[in-house]
Design a protein around this ligand. Structure first.
Ligand code: 16G
Ligand code: MG
Length: 553
Protein backbone atom coordinates (compact mmCIF):
# COMPACT_ATOMS: atom_id res chain seq x y z
CA UNK A 1 0.00 0.00 0.00
CA UNK A 2 2.51 2.59 -1.15
CA UNK A 3 2.15 6.17 -0.03
CA UNK A 4 -0.16 5.40 2.88
CA UNK A 5 0.93 5.89 6.48
CA UNK A 6 -0.46 3.41 8.96
CA UNK A 7 -2.54 0.32 8.41
CA UNK A 8 -5.87 -0.01 6.62
CA UNK A 9 -7.78 -3.12 7.85
CA UNK A 10 -8.73 -4.12 4.30
CA UNK A 11 -10.15 -7.55 4.99
CA UNK A 12 -12.24 -6.28 7.83
CA UNK A 13 -13.58 -3.44 5.72
CA UNK A 14 -14.34 -5.81 2.89
CA UNK A 15 -16.20 -8.21 5.17
CA UNK A 16 -18.36 -5.45 6.65
CA UNK A 17 -18.84 -3.83 3.29
CA UNK A 18 -20.49 -7.01 1.98
CA UNK A 19 -23.23 -6.48 4.55
CA UNK A 20 -23.94 -3.04 3.05
CA UNK A 21 -23.87 -3.40 -0.73
CA UNK A 22 -24.16 -0.30 -2.85
CA UNK A 23 -26.93 -0.66 -5.44
CA UNK A 24 -25.50 0.03 -8.88
CA UNK A 25 -28.35 2.15 -10.14
CA UNK A 26 -28.29 4.65 -7.28
CA UNK A 27 -26.35 7.88 -7.41
CA UNK A 28 -25.80 9.85 -4.21
CA UNK A 29 -24.67 13.40 -3.77
CA UNK A 30 -23.52 15.21 -0.63
CA UNK A 31 -25.31 18.54 -0.95
CA UNK A 32 -26.31 21.45 1.32
CA UNK A 33 -28.17 19.03 3.57
CA UNK A 34 -25.60 16.22 3.42
CA UNK A 35 -26.93 13.02 1.81
CA UNK A 36 -30.69 13.05 1.72
CA UNK A 37 -33.13 10.69 0.01
CA UNK A 38 -35.49 7.81 0.81
CA UNK A 39 -34.36 6.30 4.09
CA UNK A 40 -34.54 2.71 2.86
CA UNK A 41 -31.86 3.22 0.20
CA UNK A 42 -29.29 4.83 2.48
CA UNK A 43 -27.80 1.73 4.12
CA UNK A 44 -24.61 1.61 2.03
CA UNK A 45 -24.21 5.38 2.37
CA UNK A 46 -24.32 5.24 6.17
CA UNK A 47 -21.75 2.45 6.26
CA UNK A 48 -19.41 4.52 4.14
CA UNK A 49 -20.11 7.71 6.06
CA UNK A 50 -18.94 5.82 9.17
CA UNK A 51 -15.62 5.18 7.47
CA UNK A 52 -15.43 8.71 6.11
CA UNK A 53 -16.14 10.28 9.51
CA UNK A 54 -13.39 8.14 11.04
CA UNK A 55 -10.97 9.27 8.34
CA UNK A 56 -11.94 12.90 8.87
CA UNK A 57 -11.16 12.40 12.55
CA UNK A 58 -7.78 10.87 11.77
CA UNK A 59 -7.04 13.71 9.35
CA UNK A 60 -7.75 16.18 12.17
CA UNK A 61 -5.49 14.42 14.62
CA UNK A 62 -8.15 12.42 16.43
CA UNK A 63 -10.57 15.28 17.03
CA UNK A 64 -14.16 14.06 17.42
CA UNK A 65 -16.35 14.28 14.31
CA UNK A 66 -20.14 14.36 14.49
CA UNK A 67 -22.62 12.42 12.36
CA UNK A 68 -26.30 13.40 12.38
CA UNK A 69 -28.90 11.09 10.85
CA UNK A 70 -31.93 13.15 9.88
CA UNK A 71 -33.92 14.46 6.95
CA UNK A 72 -35.12 17.50 8.89
CA UNK A 73 -38.42 18.84 7.53
CA UNK A 74 -38.69 16.26 4.72
CA UNK A 75 -41.41 13.59 4.75
CA UNK A 76 -41.03 10.81 7.27
CA UNK A 77 -39.86 8.22 4.72
CA UNK A 78 -36.88 10.32 3.77
CA UNK A 79 -33.73 10.22 5.77
CA UNK A 80 -30.28 11.67 5.49
CA UNK A 81 -26.90 12.10 7.06
CA UNK A 82 -24.44 14.89 7.51
CA UNK A 83 -21.05 15.28 9.09
CA UNK A 84 -20.13 17.85 11.70
CA UNK A 85 -16.60 19.23 11.97
CA UNK A 86 -14.76 19.55 15.32
CA UNK A 87 -15.86 23.07 16.27
CA UNK A 88 -19.46 22.05 15.68
CA UNK A 89 -19.63 23.56 12.21
CA UNK A 90 -20.58 22.02 8.86
CA UNK A 91 -18.19 19.65 7.10
CA UNK A 92 -15.41 21.42 5.17
CA UNK A 93 -16.64 22.00 1.62
CA UNK A 94 -13.72 20.21 -0.05
CA UNK A 95 -14.79 16.98 1.64
CA UNK A 96 -18.31 17.08 0.25
CA UNK A 97 -16.96 15.80 -3.06
CA UNK A 98 -14.96 13.06 -1.30
CA UNK A 99 -18.12 12.00 0.47
CA UNK A 100 -20.01 11.69 -2.80
CA UNK A 101 -17.17 9.78 -4.48
CA UNK A 102 -16.97 7.22 -1.69
CA UNK A 103 -20.75 6.85 -1.48
CA UNK A 104 -20.98 6.15 -5.20
CA UNK A 105 -18.19 3.61 -5.60
CA UNK A 106 -19.63 0.15 -6.39
CA UNK A 107 -18.71 -2.41 -3.71
CA UNK A 108 -15.94 -4.02 -5.73
CA UNK A 109 -14.27 -0.65 -6.31
CA UNK A 110 -14.80 0.70 -2.83
CA UNK A 111 -11.44 -0.32 -1.35
CA UNK A 112 -9.58 1.16 -4.29
CA UNK A 113 -11.52 4.39 -3.99
CA UNK A 114 -10.80 4.45 -0.28
CA UNK A 115 -7.07 3.90 -0.71
CA UNK A 116 -6.92 6.49 -3.41
CA UNK A 117 -8.69 8.97 -1.18
CA UNK A 118 -6.44 8.23 1.81
CA UNK A 119 -3.37 8.70 -0.36
CA UNK A 120 -4.40 11.96 -2.04
CA UNK A 121 -5.73 13.47 1.18
CA UNK A 122 -2.61 12.28 3.04
CA UNK A 123 -4.40 10.73 5.97
CA UNK A 124 -2.22 9.16 8.63
CA UNK A 125 -4.05 5.95 9.54
CA UNK A 126 -2.07 5.50 12.72
CA UNK A 127 -3.98 8.43 14.28
CA UNK A 128 -6.98 7.72 16.49
CA UNK A 129 -10.53 8.17 15.18
CA UNK A 130 -13.46 9.36 17.30
CA UNK A 131 -17.03 9.86 16.14
CA UNK A 132 -20.16 10.93 18.02
CA UNK A 133 -23.49 10.28 16.33
CA UNK A 134 -27.20 10.81 16.84
CA UNK A 135 -30.46 10.44 14.97
CA UNK A 136 -33.92 11.94 14.89
CA UNK A 137 -37.16 9.99 15.40
CA UNK A 138 -37.52 8.62 11.85
CA UNK A 139 -38.38 4.92 11.64
CA UNK A 140 -35.43 4.18 9.34
CA UNK A 141 -33.04 5.78 11.82
CA UNK A 142 -32.41 2.72 13.91
CA UNK A 143 -31.12 0.52 11.10
CA UNK A 144 -29.14 3.39 9.62
CA UNK A 145 -27.35 3.81 12.94
CA UNK A 146 -26.38 0.12 12.74
CA UNK A 147 -24.94 0.63 9.26
CA UNK A 148 -22.97 3.64 10.51
CA UNK A 149 -21.67 1.62 13.46
CA UNK A 150 -20.52 -1.12 11.10
CA UNK A 151 -18.53 1.51 9.23
CA UNK A 152 -16.90 2.63 12.47
CA UNK A 153 -16.13 -0.95 13.49
CA UNK A 154 -14.74 -1.78 10.05
CA UNK A 155 -12.09 0.90 10.32
CA UNK A 156 -11.62 0.55 14.08
CA UNK A 157 -12.97 3.96 15.16
CA UNK A 158 -14.21 4.81 18.61
CA UNK A 159 -17.94 5.63 18.45
CA UNK A 160 -20.19 7.39 20.93
CA UNK A 161 -23.94 7.05 20.53
CA UNK A 162 -25.75 10.25 21.53
CA UNK A 163 -29.10 8.56 20.95
CA UNK A 164 -32.21 10.26 19.66
CA UNK A 165 -31.66 13.98 19.82
CA UNK A 166 -31.83 17.22 17.85
CA UNK A 167 -29.33 18.27 15.21
CA UNK A 168 -28.23 21.33 17.24
CA UNK A 169 -27.60 19.21 20.34
CA UNK A 170 -25.34 16.95 18.30
CA UNK A 171 -23.45 20.03 17.09
CA UNK A 172 -23.21 21.24 20.69
CA UNK A 173 -21.83 17.87 21.81
CA UNK A 174 -19.16 17.87 19.12
CA UNK A 175 -17.92 21.28 20.19
CA UNK A 176 -18.16 20.47 23.90
CA UNK A 177 -16.16 17.25 23.45
CA UNK A 178 -13.44 18.92 21.41
CA UNK A 179 -13.03 21.93 23.70
CA UNK A 180 -13.07 19.99 26.96
CA UNK A 181 -10.29 21.09 29.27
CA UNK A 182 -9.27 23.96 26.98
CA UNK A 183 -9.61 27.71 27.39
CA UNK A 184 -12.63 27.70 25.09
CA UNK A 185 -14.48 24.97 26.97
CA UNK A 186 -18.00 25.14 25.57
CA UNK A 187 -19.95 23.24 28.21
CA UNK A 188 -20.37 19.79 29.67
CA UNK A 189 -20.46 17.22 26.86
CA UNK A 190 -23.90 15.78 27.57
CA UNK A 191 -27.53 16.59 26.89
CA UNK A 192 -27.78 17.53 30.55
CA UNK A 193 -24.85 19.94 30.12
CA UNK A 194 -26.66 21.55 27.20
CA UNK A 195 -29.90 22.02 29.15
CA UNK A 196 -28.04 23.29 32.22
CA UNK A 197 -26.05 25.84 30.29
CA UNK A 198 -29.03 27.25 28.42
CA UNK A 199 -31.57 27.22 31.20
CA UNK A 200 -29.20 28.87 33.68
CA UNK A 201 -28.44 31.67 31.27
CA UNK A 202 -32.15 32.06 30.57
CA UNK A 203 -33.05 32.32 34.24
CA UNK A 204 -30.43 35.01 34.77
CA UNK A 205 -31.58 36.95 31.72
CA UNK A 206 -35.25 37.06 32.70
CA UNK A 207 -34.85 37.40 36.44
CA UNK A 208 -36.83 40.31 37.83
CA UNK A 209 -39.04 40.51 34.71
CA UNK A 210 -42.78 39.88 34.75
CA UNK A 211 -43.93 36.30 34.57
CA UNK A 212 -43.88 34.95 30.98
CA UNK A 213 -47.13 33.56 29.59
CA UNK A 214 -47.05 29.95 28.31
CA UNK A 215 -45.65 29.47 24.82
CA UNK A 216 -47.38 27.13 22.37
CA UNK A 217 -44.82 24.97 20.58
CA UNK A 218 -45.66 22.83 17.55
CA UNK A 219 -42.99 20.11 17.67
CA UNK A 220 -43.65 18.77 14.13
CA UNK A 221 -44.21 15.34 15.74
CA UNK A 222 -40.44 15.04 15.74
CA UNK A 223 -37.44 14.88 18.01
CA UNK A 224 -38.11 18.44 19.18
CA UNK A 225 -40.96 17.01 21.25
CA UNK A 226 -39.01 14.86 23.74
CA UNK A 227 -36.21 17.41 23.86
CA UNK A 228 -38.54 20.36 24.50
CA UNK A 229 -40.17 18.27 27.22
CA UNK A 230 -36.80 17.79 28.92
CA UNK A 231 -35.85 21.44 28.50
CA UNK A 232 -39.16 22.41 30.04
CA UNK A 233 -38.20 20.56 33.22
CA UNK A 234 -35.06 22.67 33.52
CA UNK A 235 -36.97 25.89 32.87
CA UNK A 236 -39.83 25.19 35.24
CA UNK A 237 -42.14 28.15 35.68
CA UNK A 238 -39.72 30.67 34.16
CA UNK A 239 -41.06 29.71 30.73
CA UNK A 240 -44.00 27.30 30.58
CA UNK A 241 -44.33 25.35 27.31
CA UNK A 242 -47.60 24.04 25.88
CA UNK A 243 -46.40 21.30 23.53
CA UNK A 244 -48.47 20.32 20.48
CA UNK A 245 -47.76 17.84 17.69
CA UNK A 246 -45.57 15.91 20.07
CA UNK A 247 -46.56 12.48 18.77
CA UNK A 248 -43.44 10.61 17.69
CA UNK A 249 -45.08 7.19 17.67
CA UNK A 250 -47.79 7.41 15.01
CA UNK A 251 -46.43 6.40 11.58
CA UNK A 252 -46.57 9.22 9.05
CA UNK A 253 -47.13 12.02 11.57
CA UNK A 254 -43.68 13.58 11.36
CA UNK A 255 -43.80 16.97 9.56
CA UNK A 256 -47.26 16.12 8.30
CA UNK A 257 -49.42 19.25 8.30
CA UNK A 258 -47.21 20.75 10.97
CA UNK A 259 -43.74 22.05 11.65
CA UNK A 260 -41.73 25.13 10.69
CA UNK A 261 -41.50 24.30 6.99
CA UNK A 262 -45.24 23.66 6.67
CA UNK A 263 -46.02 26.96 8.34
CA UNK A 264 -43.52 28.94 6.27
CA UNK A 265 -44.38 27.47 2.88
CA UNK A 266 -48.17 27.40 3.30
CA UNK A 267 -48.26 30.61 5.36
CA UNK A 268 -50.90 28.92 7.51
CA UNK A 269 -51.01 27.60 11.08
CA UNK A 270 -50.87 23.83 11.52
CA UNK A 271 -54.51 22.66 11.32
CA UNK A 272 -54.06 21.08 14.76
CA UNK A 273 -53.62 24.55 16.27
CA UNK A 274 -56.74 26.05 14.77
CA UNK A 275 -59.08 26.72 17.65
CA UNK A 276 -56.19 26.48 20.08
CA UNK A 277 -54.49 29.74 19.11
CA UNK A 278 -56.12 32.72 20.77
CA UNK A 279 -55.88 36.17 19.23
CA UNK A 280 -52.52 37.76 19.95
CA UNK A 281 -51.16 34.64 21.64
CA UNK A 282 -47.64 33.81 20.49
CA UNK A 283 -46.88 30.33 19.20
CA UNK A 284 -44.04 28.71 17.30
CA UNK A 285 -43.18 25.69 15.17
CA UNK A 286 -40.00 23.63 15.14
CA UNK A 287 -38.97 21.50 12.18
CA UNK A 288 -38.30 17.74 12.24
CA UNK A 289 -34.79 18.00 13.71
CA UNK A 290 -35.40 21.21 15.67
CA UNK A 291 -32.93 23.49 13.93
CA UNK A 292 -35.55 25.82 12.41
CA UNK A 293 -38.01 28.05 14.19
CA UNK A 294 -41.07 30.01 13.09
CA UNK A 295 -43.11 32.22 15.42
CA UNK A 296 -46.65 33.35 14.60
CA UNK A 297 -49.89 34.69 16.02
CA UNK A 298 -53.44 35.53 15.02
CA UNK A 299 -53.84 39.28 14.73
CA UNK A 300 -56.74 41.45 15.87
CA UNK A 301 -58.50 40.96 12.50
CA UNK A 302 -58.15 37.21 12.80
CA UNK A 303 -55.33 36.97 10.24
CA UNK A 304 -52.50 34.52 10.66
CA UNK A 305 -49.23 36.44 10.92
CA UNK A 306 -45.81 34.84 10.57
CA UNK A 307 -42.76 35.97 12.48
CA UNK A 308 -40.12 34.21 10.38
CA UNK A 309 -36.33 34.08 10.40
CA UNK A 310 -36.12 37.67 9.17
CA UNK A 311 -38.32 38.91 11.99
CA UNK A 312 -36.26 36.94 14.50
CA UNK A 313 -33.00 38.34 13.07
CA UNK A 314 -34.35 41.88 13.31
CA UNK A 315 -35.57 41.48 16.87
CA UNK A 316 -32.35 39.90 18.06
CA UNK A 317 -29.91 42.13 16.17
CA UNK A 318 -31.57 45.33 17.40
CA UNK A 319 -31.49 44.01 20.97
CA UNK A 320 -27.80 43.11 20.82
CA UNK A 321 -26.86 46.44 19.23
CA UNK A 322 -28.64 48.23 22.09
CA UNK A 323 -26.88 46.14 24.73
CA UNK A 324 -23.48 46.72 23.14
CA UNK A 325 -24.13 50.48 23.21
CA UNK A 326 -25.36 50.37 26.79
CA UNK A 327 -22.27 48.42 27.82
CA UNK A 328 -20.10 51.20 26.37
CA UNK A 329 -18.66 48.89 23.73
CA UNK A 330 -20.17 50.37 20.57
CA UNK A 331 -16.77 51.50 19.33
CA UNK A 332 -15.05 48.15 19.69
CA UNK A 333 -17.80 45.60 18.98
CA UNK A 334 -19.45 45.76 15.58
CA UNK A 335 -22.67 43.83 15.07
CA UNK A 336 -23.62 42.68 11.57
CA UNK A 337 -26.42 40.65 10.00
CA UNK A 338 -26.23 37.98 7.31
CA UNK A 339 -29.22 37.10 5.15
CA UNK A 340 -29.96 35.35 1.87
CA UNK A 341 -31.89 36.50 -1.19
CA UNK A 342 -35.02 35.05 0.43
CA UNK A 343 -34.95 37.70 3.15
CA UNK A 344 -38.02 39.88 2.87
CA UNK A 345 -37.13 43.22 1.25
CA UNK A 346 -38.67 45.07 4.19
CA UNK A 347 -36.40 43.32 6.66
CA UNK A 348 -33.32 44.14 4.62
CA UNK A 349 -34.38 47.78 4.42
CA UNK A 350 -35.08 47.97 8.16
CA UNK A 351 -31.78 46.35 9.07
CA UNK A 352 -29.62 48.20 6.54
CA UNK A 353 -30.69 51.51 8.01
CA UNK A 354 -29.26 50.41 11.34
CA UNK A 355 -26.29 48.10 10.83
CA UNK A 356 -24.18 46.31 8.18
CA UNK A 357 -26.08 43.60 6.29
CA UNK A 358 -24.56 40.99 3.97
CA UNK A 359 -26.36 38.76 1.51
CA UNK A 360 -24.91 35.30 0.78
CA UNK A 361 -26.08 32.19 -1.13
CA UNK A 362 -28.60 29.85 0.51
CA UNK A 363 -27.25 27.22 2.93
CA UNK A 364 -26.11 27.44 6.50
CA UNK A 365 -22.43 27.05 5.70
CA UNK A 366 -22.46 30.30 3.68
CA UNK A 367 -24.31 32.26 6.36
CA UNK A 368 -22.22 30.88 9.18
CA UNK A 369 -18.98 31.70 7.42
CA UNK A 370 -20.08 35.27 6.62
CA UNK A 371 -21.29 35.82 10.19
CA UNK A 372 -17.84 34.85 11.46
CA UNK A 373 -16.47 37.96 9.77
CA UNK A 374 -18.31 40.25 12.21
CA UNK A 375 -17.50 40.78 15.91
CA UNK A 376 -21.07 39.69 16.53
CA UNK A 377 -22.70 38.10 13.50
CA UNK A 378 -26.45 37.52 13.51
CA UNK A 379 -27.49 35.15 10.74
CA UNK A 380 -30.92 33.86 9.85
CA UNK A 381 -32.48 32.37 6.79
CA UNK A 382 -36.08 33.43 6.22
CA UNK A 383 -36.99 29.75 6.74
CA UNK A 384 -36.10 30.11 10.42
CA UNK A 385 -32.62 28.65 10.56
CA UNK A 386 -30.17 30.90 12.32
CA UNK A 387 -28.09 31.89 15.30
CA UNK A 388 -25.67 34.52 16.60
CA UNK A 389 -21.90 34.16 16.58
CA UNK A 390 -19.58 36.01 18.95
CA UNK A 391 -16.00 36.10 17.66
CA UNK A 392 -13.28 34.80 20.02
CA UNK A 393 -11.89 38.31 20.53
CA UNK A 394 -15.38 39.62 21.30
CA UNK A 395 -15.92 36.88 23.88
CA UNK A 396 -12.68 37.87 25.51
CA UNK A 397 -13.60 41.55 25.47
CA UNK A 398 -16.96 40.81 27.08
CA UNK A 399 -15.29 38.80 29.80
CA UNK A 400 -12.57 41.29 30.62
CA UNK A 401 -14.20 44.68 29.98
CA UNK A 402 -14.40 46.89 33.07
CA UNK A 403 -17.75 48.68 33.10
CA UNK A 404 -17.70 52.24 34.40
CA UNK A 405 -21.34 52.58 35.47
CA UNK A 406 -23.95 50.24 36.97
CA UNK A 407 -25.93 50.48 33.70
CA UNK A 408 -22.88 49.35 31.74
CA UNK A 409 -22.34 46.54 34.17
CA UNK A 410 -25.90 45.26 33.73
CA UNK A 411 -25.73 45.40 29.94
CA UNK A 412 -22.41 43.58 30.00
CA UNK A 413 -23.85 40.87 32.21
CA UNK A 414 -26.73 40.42 29.79
CA UNK A 415 -24.34 40.10 26.87
CA UNK A 416 -22.25 37.51 28.67
CA UNK A 417 -25.37 35.54 29.51
CA UNK A 418 -26.47 35.71 25.89
CA UNK A 419 -23.21 34.07 24.83
CA UNK A 420 -24.19 31.17 27.09
CA UNK A 421 -27.82 31.05 26.00
CA UNK A 422 -27.17 31.00 22.27
CA UNK A 423 -26.04 27.81 20.55
CA UNK A 424 -23.21 29.23 18.52
CA UNK A 425 -22.47 26.06 16.59
CA UNK A 426 -25.56 26.09 14.37
CA UNK A 427 -29.19 27.28 14.22
CA UNK A 428 -31.05 25.80 17.16
CA UNK A 429 -34.82 26.18 17.40
CA UNK A 430 -34.96 25.69 21.17
CA UNK A 431 -32.06 28.00 21.95
CA UNK A 432 -33.65 30.51 19.56
CA UNK A 433 -36.98 30.19 21.42
CA UNK A 434 -35.21 31.19 24.61
CA UNK A 435 -33.43 34.03 22.84
CA UNK A 436 -36.66 35.43 21.40
CA UNK A 437 -38.41 35.11 24.77
CA UNK A 438 -35.57 36.99 26.47
CA UNK A 439 -35.85 39.88 24.04
CA UNK A 440 -39.64 39.99 24.29
CA UNK A 441 -39.37 39.98 28.09
CA UNK A 442 -36.77 42.77 28.11
CA UNK A 443 -38.68 44.93 25.64
CA UNK A 444 -42.05 44.04 27.15
CA UNK A 445 -43.18 43.29 23.58
CA UNK A 446 -46.17 41.18 22.67
CA UNK A 447 -46.09 39.30 19.35
CA UNK A 448 -48.07 42.18 17.87
CA UNK A 449 -45.52 44.78 18.89
CA UNK A 450 -42.67 42.63 17.67
CA UNK A 451 -44.40 42.25 14.31
CA UNK A 452 -44.93 45.97 14.00
CA UNK A 453 -41.19 46.72 13.75
CA UNK A 454 -41.68 46.54 9.97
CA UNK A 455 -44.32 45.15 7.60
CA UNK A 456 -43.38 42.19 5.44
CA UNK A 457 -43.82 42.58 1.71
CA UNK A 458 -46.24 39.92 0.43
CA UNK A 459 -44.22 37.18 -1.26
CA UNK A 460 -44.64 33.93 -3.10
CA UNK A 461 -42.38 30.94 -3.63
CA UNK A 462 -43.01 28.64 -6.59
CA UNK A 463 -41.10 25.62 -7.78
CA UNK A 464 -40.66 24.55 -11.38
CA UNK A 465 -39.66 21.07 -12.52
CA UNK A 466 -37.16 21.35 -15.35
CA UNK A 467 -35.25 18.68 -17.27
CA UNK A 468 -31.90 20.06 -16.08
CA UNK A 469 -31.72 22.44 -13.15
CA UNK A 470 -27.97 22.76 -13.60
CA UNK A 471 -28.68 24.89 -16.66
CA UNK A 472 -29.57 27.62 -14.14
CA UNK A 473 -26.42 29.37 -12.93
CA UNK A 474 -26.56 32.33 -10.58
CA UNK A 475 -24.34 35.17 -9.37
CA UNK A 476 -24.54 37.98 -6.83
CA UNK A 477 -25.54 35.68 -3.95
CA UNK A 478 -28.13 33.94 -6.14
CA UNK A 479 -29.95 37.18 -6.84
CA UNK A 480 -29.21 37.11 -10.57
CA UNK A 481 -29.18 34.45 -13.26
CA UNK A 482 -26.14 34.12 -15.49
CA UNK A 483 -27.67 31.33 -17.60
CA UNK A 484 -29.97 30.61 -19.38
CA UNK A 485 -28.60 33.61 -21.19
CA UNK A 486 -31.07 36.49 -21.54
CA UNK A 487 -33.55 35.27 -18.93
CA UNK A 488 -32.36 37.68 -16.22
CA UNK A 489 -32.97 40.69 -18.48
CA UNK A 490 -36.54 39.52 -19.00
CA UNK A 491 -37.05 39.10 -15.25
CA UNK A 492 -35.66 42.60 -14.68
CA UNK A 493 -38.09 44.05 -17.21
CA UNK A 494 -41.01 42.28 -15.63
CA UNK A 495 -40.10 43.33 -12.08
CA UNK A 496 -40.13 46.98 -13.12
CA UNK A 497 -43.83 46.68 -13.87
CA UNK A 498 -44.69 45.83 -10.25
CA UNK A 499 -44.65 48.22 -7.34
CA UNK A 500 -41.84 47.01 -5.07
CA UNK A 501 -41.35 44.06 -7.42
CA UNK A 502 -38.36 41.79 -6.82
CA UNK A 503 -37.89 38.27 -8.09
CA UNK A 504 -35.07 35.78 -8.43
CA UNK A 505 -34.58 32.26 -9.72
CA UNK A 506 -32.18 29.64 -8.36
CA UNK A 507 -31.72 25.90 -8.68
CA UNK A 508 -32.58 24.06 -5.47
CA UNK A 509 -29.73 22.39 -3.64
CA UNK A 510 -31.96 19.73 -2.10
CA UNK A 511 -34.63 18.91 -4.71
CA UNK A 512 -34.62 18.44 -8.43
CA UNK A 513 -36.40 21.74 -9.10
CA UNK A 514 -35.79 25.40 -9.81
CA UNK A 515 -37.19 27.83 -7.24
CA UNK A 516 -38.78 31.18 -8.04
CA UNK A 517 -39.23 33.86 -5.38
CA UNK A 518 -41.16 37.07 -5.87
CA UNK A 519 -42.32 39.90 -3.66
CA UNK A 520 -44.29 43.09 -4.29
CA UNK A 521 -46.24 45.67 -2.35
CA UNK A 522 -49.56 43.94 -3.05
CA UNK A 523 -50.31 40.25 -2.43
CA UNK A 524 -51.96 39.79 -5.84
CA UNK A 525 -48.96 41.36 -7.55
CA UNK A 526 -46.44 39.21 -5.67
CA UNK A 527 -48.38 36.11 -6.76
CA UNK A 528 -48.68 37.27 -10.34
CA UNK A 529 -44.99 38.16 -10.56
CA UNK A 530 -43.99 34.76 -9.16
CA UNK A 531 -46.14 32.84 -11.60
CA UNK A 532 -45.07 34.99 -14.55
CA UNK A 533 -41.40 34.42 -13.78
CA UNK A 534 -42.13 30.71 -13.27
CA UNK A 535 -43.76 30.78 -16.69
CA UNK A 536 -40.60 32.24 -18.21
CA UNK A 537 -38.48 29.56 -16.54
CA UNK A 538 -40.86 26.99 -17.90
CA UNK A 539 -40.71 28.37 -21.44
CA UNK A 540 -36.95 28.65 -21.29
CA UNK A 541 -36.25 25.18 -19.93
CA UNK A 542 -39.25 23.14 -20.94
CA UNK A 543 -40.30 22.63 -17.35
CA UNK A 544 -43.54 22.35 -15.52
CA UNK A 545 -44.57 24.89 -12.90
CA UNK A 546 -46.15 23.48 -9.82
CA UNK A 547 -49.21 25.26 -8.44
CA UNK A 548 -49.25 27.41 -11.58
CA UNK A 549 -52.80 28.64 -11.91
CA UNK A 550 -54.43 28.57 -15.33
CA UNK A 551 -54.69 32.32 -15.68
CA UNK A 552 -50.92 32.60 -16.02
CA UNK A 553 -50.42 29.73 -18.45
C1 16G B 1 -30.85 22.99 3.39
C2 16G B 1 -30.02 24.00 4.13
C3 16G B 1 -30.82 25.24 4.41
C4 16G B 1 -31.36 25.80 3.11
C5 16G B 1 -32.10 24.74 2.33
C6 16G B 1 -32.38 25.27 0.95
C7 16G B 1 -28.31 23.50 5.76
C8 16G B 1 -28.00 22.84 7.05
N1 16G B 1 -29.57 23.43 5.38
O1 16G B 1 -31.93 22.57 4.16
O2 16G B 1 -29.98 26.16 5.01
O3 16G B 1 -32.21 26.88 3.36
O4 16G B 1 -31.29 23.60 2.20
O5 16G B 1 -32.95 24.28 0.18
O6 16G B 1 -27.45 24.07 5.11
P1 16G B 1 -33.08 24.45 -1.39
O7 16G B 1 -31.69 24.60 -1.94
O8 16G B 1 -33.76 23.23 -1.83
O9 16G B 1 -33.89 25.68 -1.63
MG1 MG C 1 -33.92 21.10 10.03
Amino acid sequence: MSGIRGHLPKEQIEAYSELHPKARHLLFSYGTAGFRTLGVVLDSVLFRVGILAALRSKKLDGKTIGVMITASHNPEDDNGVKLVDPRGEMLEVAWEQHASTLANAPNEEFLDALENFIRTTRIDLSKPARVVYARDTRPTGESLVKALEDGLKAIGAEGRDAGITTTPILHYLVKAINTKGTKEEYGEDSEDGYFQKMSEAFRKLVSGRPRIQPLIIDCANGVGAPIAKKLSQYLGETLPFALYNADTATPGALNNNCGADYVKTTQRPPPSLIGVLQQGQRACSLDGDADRLMYYFIDERGYFTLLDGDKIATLVAAFIVDLVKLAGLAESIKVGVVQTAYANGSSTKYLSERLPVRCVPTGVKHLHHAAEQFNVGVYFEANGHGTVLFSPSTLEKLETHEPSTPAQSTALKHLNNLTQLINQTVGDALSDVLLVEVVLAHKAYSAIEWNSLYSDLPNRLVKVHVPNRNAFKTEDAERRLVTPYGLQAKIDDLCKRYDGGRSFVRPSGTEDVVRVYAEAVLRSQADELAYRVAGMVYDEAGGEAIRRPKEFM
